[in-house]
Design a binder for this molecule. Structure first.
Ligand SMILES: [Zn+2]
Length: 226
């Protein structure tokens, strides 16, 4: 299944302010130019559609699409979050990555290929690492994950095992897969639309996944700007 960017449909999409998170040492772009923003909103809407489908089947409402040359090349939603069938591997980004890899086969990525990832929730450490290792240079997400989000990670921090301060070359040396600045991350695109799905999820008392967690409490306390 493929979608193409169609500017005409952008009129149907509500604008949403980017979330400012200046309290962290992060690389999130807080100012998005209008052209990128409209395009980002268009593709984020596709990720949100997948998140809504996950919600409809009582899974955690996260969706993800990978976009290259105005075309979705991989897509996925969170699975295996229902009681008794839970795991922490099948996050939406991982599902989308597998979809992308299965589609492209052994062809791999060309040197000039630019893939942008749109995810309705801030990627966790596992997914961020997997995305970077698969050559992703730009990540756009909707709703901040105050519990497990990794967008603010400092890749020059010794805890990542990358660019240790004791290394002769110092942090962020050339060749390190996680060196600082290797990926652009944009947060808050259609944030409130994603928040609404999470509110609906956590308000459903039949769900046990991350019930009463920090993310649950934060989500139910959070307010929409609309
Ligand atoms: Zn994840």
């Amino acid at each position: 299944m493929f979608w193409y960017f169609n500017p005409l449909t952008m009129q149907q999409i509500r604008s949403c302010s980017a979330v400012m998170r200046q309290d962290q040492n992060i690389k999130i772009m807080t100012v998005i130019d209008n052209g990128n923003r409209r395009r980002d909103e268009y593709w984020m809407l596709k990720a949100l559609e997948l998140a809504e489908k996950a919600l409809d089947r009582d899974d955690f409402p996260v969706g993800c699409v990978l976009v290259m040359d105005n075309e979705i090349v991989g897509a996925g939603a969170r699975i295996h979050t229902r009681s008794g069938d839970e795991n922490e591997l099948d996050h939406a980004e991982m599902v989308a990555l597998r979809d992308w890899i299965s589609r492209r086969g052994a062809a791999g990525l060309g040197d000039d290929a630019v893939v942008t990832v749109y995810c309705s929730l801030e990627p966790c450490l596992m997914c961020l690492g997997a995305l970077i290792l698969n050559g992703i240079k730009r990540i756009v997400y909707a709703y901040e994950d105050v519990m497990g989000g990794a967008a603010g990670i400092d890749f020059s921090n010794p805890i990542t095992g990358c660019g240790k301060n004791t290394d002769p070359a110092g942090p962020g040396q050339q060749g390190c897969l996680y060196h600082d600045g290797c990926v652009d991350i944009v947060g808050g695109v259609l944030r409130d639309e994603s928040l609404a799905l999470f509110r609906e999820y956590f308000l459903n008392t039949g769900q046990s996944y991350w019930k009463d967690s920090l993310l649950c409490r934060y989500t139910l306390d959070a307010s929409c700007n609309h």
